[in-house]
Design a protein around this ligand. Structure first.
Ligand SMILES: Cc1cc2nc3c(=O)[nH]c(=O)nc-3n(C[C@H](O)[C@H](O)[C@H](O)COP(=O)(O)OP(=O)(O)OC[C@H]3O[C@@H](n4cnc5c(N)ncnc54)[C@H](O)[C@@H]3O)c2cc1C
Length: 466
């Protein structure tokens, strides 16, 4: 057992929280989206939360934890969905919230500390020079940029700019290693892949440089359809229309829009499927012209709706917010993460939609993926049992979809179901004792694990944490 009292002494003068209720609060994320993770992770908690104010303090904390063999899990704002920021072996939560300074804004690029809130970054870039981030998660108002790089994948803006891990969507990172004498590394180019989406298992990001693009006034448009597949075809067409500047294209099947988007319900009749669109103000008229060709009809436009008080922006109905709004109405639902590979995305979507009917309700997010427009799905699932959930995923895979399982806490099972050799090699170098976010990288914990088996990886340390 790590000697937390001794660690506290070594960290004297730093901001430390040990009130068990507050520590537990900071040891959680949105893992409860998944009934499977809810069962597995509910008891997980750290021993203390340490909140550094500078990179020097991060180095001091990592050095002390290394010397005393204390596990450490980095936390941005804890909005991840898969228990990414949850300390399976207890120990320290490194809370990055107070390292949130914007350091530098230039044409096309911005440098900041990792705890900066994404919405604040956008506001600062807009005020400074009419710029904004290329993409943000739908949690922009509550999530940090360090957490987005460490645990996110893309989101609002991905229809134009692809995924966060695509070369060019993060420019450079400063990363502190977990060693006797922690090193500060500057990563760029391909090296960024060592720590991007690595759940903080192989280094602590202390500075982020991201590209910026021109900021626009974005207008929310909701287009209604009687048939979901018309919404899907419309989304595909909007996404591939070269001249229309859009930032979000999200077809969502009935009954989700009427039943779960309570604030927008007055605009959406029962039985309507929708496509949510964020479009630049100058592109609204062309979008309307395109839409008038049918069969959709405009249900809502934020530029002409008048009083918008109480209405969330469209992006807070999209991506994982769709499920969140659903969970607030019906806590028995859950969701999946699916990729419908190009060029068969529409045919696949239709096949899956027809097969499952109301058990799996379609929700698509159009994105540019390796240069082609296709769609991810975050369908709402009417949950019955874990076995049925696994069966639903298996059927998707048999049909040709790729599943990113949101009901697993490991990098590999939630991702491509294979070892990421680059991240593993970097962990050997940057975290030789395996103290950073234990239990999340199977390749480190159990190198012989067979991803092809249908077994779920269970981190042995989890039982001690509970
Ligand atoms: C309603 C809802 C909607 C969402 N929509 C999206 C979306 O559109 N797109 C998307 O990609 N995600 C989405 N997410 C997931 C999540 O909100 C984002 O990925 C977000 O950017 C995570 O930021 P955070 O600060 O909350 O990170 P946290 O949850 O605190 O951390 C995420 C991971 O990054 C690691 N980490 C955090 N800071 C650092 C650091 N400084 N150095 C190294 N590792 C670090 C953590 O250890 C953890 O593994 C959504 C989640 C919810 C609940």
């Amino acid at each position: 057992m790590p000697d937390i009292a001794a660690l506290r002494k070594t960290l004297d003068g730093l901001k430390i929280e040990d009130n068990p209720a507050l520590v537990k609060q900071k040891s959680r994320d949105f893992f409860w989206y998944s009934p499977v993770l809810k069962r597995q992770l509910d008891a997980v908690t750290a021993d203390i939360v340490v909140t550094p104010k500078s990179e020097d303090e991060v180095i001091r904390i990592l050095k002390a934890c290394y010397q005393m063999d204390v596990p450490l899990t980095v936390r941005g704002c804890g909005t991840g969905n898969y228990g990414q920021a949850m300390p399976l072996s207890g120990g320290v939560i490194l809370n990055m919230a107070e390292m949130n300074k914007i350091i530098d804004i230039r044409p096309g690029r911005l440098t900041c500390e990792p705890g900066a809130i994404i919405h604040d970054i956008d506001e600062a870039a807009r005020a400074d020079s009419g710029q904004e981030m290329r993409m943000h998660p739908s949690t922009a108002k509550t999530a940090s940029i360090g957490g987005f790089v460490g645990g996110g994948s893309g989101g609002v803006g991905s229809i134009r700019w692809g995924g966060l891990r695509d070369l060019g969507n993060v420019l450079s990172l400063r990363v502190v290693t977990m060693e006797d004498n922690p090193r500060v590394l500057e990563l760029n180019g391909w090296d960024l892949q060592k720590v991007s989406h690595a759940y903080g298992t192989n280094g602590v990001i202390t500075q982020v440089e991201i590209p910026l693009t021109a900021a626009y006034d974005w207008v929310d448009v909701i287009v209604g359809f009687d048939d979901f597949m018309d919404a899907a075809r419309y989304g595909n067409a909007i996404g591939t229309h070269d001249g229309l500047l859009v930032k979000l294209v999200s077809p969502i099947a009935a009954p989700v829009p009427h039943d779960y988007f309570l604030r927008h319900r007055k605009f959406i009749d029962e039985g309507k499927s929708v496509c949510l669109v964020m479009v630049a103000a100058h592109a609204v008229e062309p979008l309307i012209a395109f839409t008038e060709r049918g069969p959709g009809e405009i249900l809502f436009r934020s530029d002409t709706a008048g009083d918008l008080k109480g209405l969330p922006p469209a992006f807070e109905l999209s991506w994982n917010h769709t499920t969140l709004r659903g969970l607030r109405v019906d806590e028995t639902i859950t969701y999946l993460q699916v990729l419908y590979p190009f060029p068969n995305q529409l045919a696949l979507v239709e096949k899956v939609h027809d097969y499952f009917g109301d058990e799996v309700i379609a929700h698509l997010e159009f994105v540019r993926f390796d240069g082609d427009v296709t769609c991810f799905g975050l369908p709402v699932v009417r949950y019955t049992t874990e076995e049925r959930l696994d069966e639903i995923m298996r059927v998707h895979e048999e049909m040709g979809c790729v599943i990113f399982n949101p009901h697993r806490y490991t990098l590999e099972e939630g991702g491509m179901k294979q070892t990421d050799e680059v991240q593993l090699a970097f962990k050997r170098e940057a975290d030789p004792k395996g103290l950073l976010n234990p239990g999340k990288m199977i390749a480190w914990e159990d190198p012989g694990f067979d991803y092809a088996s249908s077994k779920t990886y269970l981190f042995p340390g989890l039982e001690q944490a509970g």
